[in-house]
Design a protein around this ligand. Structure first.
Ligand code: FES
Length: 159
């Protein structure tokens, strides 16, 4: 259940707009930030806040690649899966990531640190191949650069 403070904050935001449904993505992100992913409860709460049905919210949630309906790791690595990155070495980079983390695309490491997901072009084509980790873009990647990023994130997670 949403804490009162967050609920009140969202209700105020909704009250301040003429078309509350236009805030559905913002509300989903706020609840996802709170729960870690958009749980079934979060879908129901989003629907209740905006006067929508849970099915309507769920349909929108599954449309957005950065809304997660399943649990994800602390670091969600979105690997760009569009044409410029394909030409820039996307496949070997993705293979390297899967091998290094020991998971396939769509999976999360057993320690809960990393999730691998594909994403369409993230607008970093001039620095392909590119990935996005928790909203931060990394480009001109090589296996070595990826290893350094993963090591840094592991260090960060382990304090
Ligand atoms: S195709 Fe990968 S960032 Fe555009």
């Amino acid at each position: 259940m949403l804490p009162d403070e967050l609920k009140t904050q969202l209700e105020r935001k909704i009250a301040g707009t003429a078309h509350p449904r236009e805030l559905v993505v913002d509300i989903m992100f706020a609840l996802q930030d709170h729960y870690g992913h958009l749980t079934d409860d979060a879908v129901a709460e989003t629907a209740a806040l905006l006067g929508m049905t849970a099915v309507e919210v769920d349909e929108l949630a599954t449309f957005y690649p950065f809304i997660y309906r399943e649990p994800v790791g602390r670091y969600v690595i979105h690997v760009c899966d569009s044409v410029v990155c394909w030409m820039g070495g996307h496949e070997s980079l993705q293979d390297h990531l899967m091998q290094r983390l020991g998971i396939a695309m769509g999976e999360t490491t057993a320690d809960g640190l990393f999730t691998l997901l594909p994403v369409c072009c993230i607008g970093y084509c001039d620095r392909a191949p590119a990935i996005l980790i928790n909203k931060k873009v990394y480009g001109e990647l090589t296996p070595e650069k990826l290893d350094n990023i993963i090591a840094r994130l592991r260090d960060e997670a382990n304090g």
